[in-house]
Design a protein around this ligand. Sequence first.
Ligand code: CP
Length: 306
Amino acid sequence: MNSLIDIMQLTTEEIDSLIDTANDIIAKPEKYAQACRGKKLATLFFEPSTRTRLSFEAAMYELGGNVLGFSEAQSSSASKGESVSDTARTVSCYADIIAMRHPKEGAPLVASMRATVPVINAGDGGHNHPTQTLADLLTIQREKGRLSGMTVGLCGDLKFGRTVHSLIAAMSRYQDVRFVLISPEELTVPDYVKTEILEPKGIDYQEVRDLEAALPELDILYMTRVQRERFFNEADYVRLKDTYILTPDKLDGAKQDLCIMHPLPRVNEISVAVDDDPRACYFKQVLNGKYIRMSLILKLLEVHVS
Ligand code: CP
C-alpha cells in the first residue's frame, strides 16, 4: 500500500501496527524527532479544515520534516480549471507525500492514480475520512484498552457523516462489536452500510431515534454534527440540526466508563458543560489525530525508526 484512500485498504493487523507505533511516539517522541528530516508533506485542501490539516502539518514538523500546500481551492490553480490529476502530478514534483481533502467523492483516489508519491485521503465529500477513523481507533484503544467486545452508539447525521461510515467499516472487523445507530429518519446511514458492511458480516445493529433511551447500554457514544454543507435544502438543515444535544443531565443513566467522542467541529451537539465530564474524550481524539498521522506518514514513506 503506498496511498491511503479508504480505511478498508488496511488490514486489522496493519491498523494495530499503526496504533502500536502511535503509542510508541506518544511514549518516546524524541526517538522520532528527526525521522522525516529532508522529507516534505503537501497538504492540498480544497475544502475547509482545522484539525485534519493542522494535525498533518504538526505531525510532519514533529517528525523533523517540512510542509507546503494550500488551504482553499481558490488559492490554487484549480480555480483556473486545473484537474485534480494534473494537480497531483504537479505536486509530486515538489513533495514526498500528499494529504488531500476534496468536496468531490473519489477525488483523492483519482489523485493517487496520477501522483508519483503516496496520497492520503483527508476527507472526500460525504464518503470517507480514513485518518479520522485511525484517530478514533487509537482513542478507543487508549481509553478502553481494546477494539473488540463493545457497544458503539453513533448519533446525529449518519447519512452524510463520512467519519461514521469509515468507523463502522473499520470496527465491524473486530470481534463482538455491536452498533446502535441513533438518527432522525431523514439522516439514517446509507443503505450500502447496512447491505454491504453490517448484514453480510452478521453484525448486530439497531436503528433508533431516542438518544437517552439508548445511552445506558453504550460503551462508546460517537456524536456527529449535522453536515450543513451536504444539504440541498437549508430548511431541512434548520429543522434537523438540533435534533440531538448532549447535556450533563442526559448522561445520568450512562455507564461510568462511557467514552464520549466527536470528530469535531461541533456546533450544538455537545453542550460545553459536558467538556468537564471525565467521560468526554473528544479533545483527546484531536491530539491522538496528530500521533496517528505521524505513524501513518512513517508507514507510507517506509521510514523505519529503531
Ligand atoms: N474532524 C475533522 O475532520 O475536522 P476538520 O474538518 O477541522 O479537519
